[in-house]
Design a binder for this molecule. Structure first.
Ligand code: AMP
Length: 397
């Protein structure tokens, strides 16, 4: 880590929102977001005590895109720091392609290279990159670091990254990349402290939130994951379908007469828990609902997670532990219980009281496979990476 007092901003930009936080040596000073970008922009932020902060004054209709949003809040962000100095910005970037296995210092050449990956993640990558380019223009002396959701999975063996299509397409980038890497990396970084027995073992980490995926980790390194070429693959999610027979896409195009855009919208935004239940994409609503289809959606989710845990356990050649994280994994005790029960055959013996109390370990002491609940913190990971990347270059005071 760095000298005390290094302050970095963390930026997570999407198509209509820009989330930000400021860390001082691993301690969050403030966080917030601009949402409704391009429509009805709204601003909210709070300091480390949870007190609401008043944002910068709106200029005209407010920021029209995520790049405008960053240049709008940046002077305000600096003004909140008092005598502290903003040393750098760290950005979440969904795609680093096959080449980047770690964060990278932002340069114009890097941005050009990352822009070539936009066709691989058209709904995320352009919105991640635009604010970085804007900041590079407005504050060229402020160092920036790009932290990739794909980087953690570059340790996966080639067999785990390959699709069984003509290999020429792999060379053009059609392969399994995997995502949620910053979350998995955070879990790997805390395992030695919170579950030392698992740190060198075979662990399936279940990042179950609005987006959901599993990662098979061997001694803290990714060997397999459920997401693939895109963040659409793998588990069913809030509104995304997850794993799907590719012939269904062909059927939609050919027999249903749907356009590419319509299929994309259906698979990304109208499927998953929302599509299955017809009720909501939010697990809290589904757990509270009496609708049979809401129950069914949850059953499908648990079934698919449990099946995939089995698949990843096979990739690991056995299983020592399961870690639950993200919104559903950290908070939805009934979902964790059902998944653990469906994984009993692997040696998971749930401790129902510990699970209901959200204890750090939710399996019995005699359980052969230990299940833990560990909060994720992708922003902290980005802050740490940003400081480490700058320290490596001697760019810190
Ligand atoms: P994330 O994407 O990690 O922020 O997770 C968001 C999802 O977590 C929400 O859509 C909710 O479905 C779920 N979630 C959050 N809190 C709870 C809770 N107490 N019980 C069940 N689900 C929850």
């Amino acid at each position: 880590m760095s000298d005390p007092g290094t302050v970095v901003g963390v930026v997570n930009a999407g198509s209509s929102s820009l989330k930000f936080s400021v860390f001082e040596d691993g301690r969050s000073l403030l966080d917030g977001q601009v949402d409704g970008i391009g429509a009805r922009p709204g601003f909210r932020a709070k300091d480390s005590s949870g007190a609401a902060l008043t944002g910068p004054p709106l200029e005209g209709a407010g920021p029209a895109n995520p790049a405008d949003a960053l240049t709008w809040i940046l002077p305000w962000l600096r003004s909140q720091l008092g005598r502290r100095r903003l040393a750098a910005l760290g950005h979440r970037v969904v795609h680093g392609g096959a080449a980047h296995d770690r964060p990278a210092r932002v340069t114009l050449a890097l941005l050009d290279e990352l822009e070539c990956l936009c066709p691989l993640a058209p709904l995320h990558q352009p919105f991640n990159l635009a604010p970085i380019r804007a900041a590079l223009e407005v504050v060229p002396d402020l160092p920036q670091v790009a932290c990739f959701d794909t980087a953690f999975h570059r340790t996966m063996p080639e067999v785990s990254q390959a699709f069984a299509i003509p290999f020429a397409y792999a060379e053009k980038g059609v392969r399994r990349y995997g995502f949620h890497g910053l979350s998995y990396e955070h879990i790997a970084s805390v395992l030695p402290k919170v579950a030392p027995a698992l740190a060198d073992g075979r662990v399936v980490v279940a990042h179950l939130g609005n987006g959901a995926s599993l990662c098979a980790m061997q001694a803290g390194r990714s060997v397999a994951t459920t997401m693939g070429f895109s963040a659409l693959d793998g588990l069913p999610m809030g509104t995304r379908c997850g794993e799907l027979d590719p012939a269904v896409v062909l059927h939609f195009l050919r027999e249903e007469g749907m356009s590419v855009e319509e299929v994309e919208a259906l698979l990304y935004r109208r499927s998953g828990m929302l599509g299955l239940s017809g009720v909501s994409s939010d697990f809290r609503d589904l757990l509270a609902s009496q609708e049979p289809r809401a129950r069914f959606a949850l059953e499908v989710f648990v079934h698919r997670v449990a099946r995939s845990v089995g698949s990843l356990a096979a990739a690991l050649g056995g299983l020592d532990g399961i870690v639950f994280t993200a919104g559903v994994g950290e908070n939805a005790a009934p979902i964790r219980a059902s998944i653990c029960e469906a994984c009993a055959w692997l040696g998971v013996e749930l401790d129902p009281a510990a699970n209901a109390a959200r204890a750090p370990r939710i399996t019995t002491t005699s359980s052969r496979v230990a299940a833990h609940v560990i909060p994720t913190n992708e922003n902290l990971m980005i802050a740490r990476h940003t400081i480490a990347a700058l320290a490596t270059e001697g760019a810190l005071p």
